[in-house]
Design a protein around this ligand. Sequence first.
Ligand SMILES: [Zn+2]
Ligand SMILES: [Zn+2]
Length: 148
Amino acid sequence: MAIILPIIIIILTTIAMEIISWAMHKYLFHGPLWFIHKTHHQERHGFFELNDVFSLFFGLIAVGLMWFDRETRNYPFWIGAGISVYGIIYFIFHDWFIHNRFKAFRLNNRYFSGIKRAHKIHHKSTQKNPSEEFGLLVASKKYFKNTK
Ligand SMILES: [Zn+2]
Ligand SMILES: [Zn+2]
């Protein structure tokens, strides 16, 4: 496989993952799987929360795909790599930058401040419904206006 194809697959998978996780967040996590996801909308006791099983689930799919296709390194391998890339971005932005799960760090840039604000709005609700802003890397335009 030429080097360009894996890069394209990884980028497309990352974009697809944002769409998939937006839809899962909106229709499953704030739907039938709310009993798990609600642990992320409540005060956390200890380092882990039940909601982390979703990260574990995607992590297992990613590792599984890469393991399964480790010899030939065809589409499944690079899709697994793309899911991993999204997982790392998600972890850094969501768990670290937005929720300060580790030592706090700041990014004073219009885009990063915007996605942080949008996700904080999502967390304003501690209920299943109503809620808004289910994406991570993409948010409504209004959050990117006149940020300080
Ligand atoms: Zn939520
Ligand atoms: Zn969150």
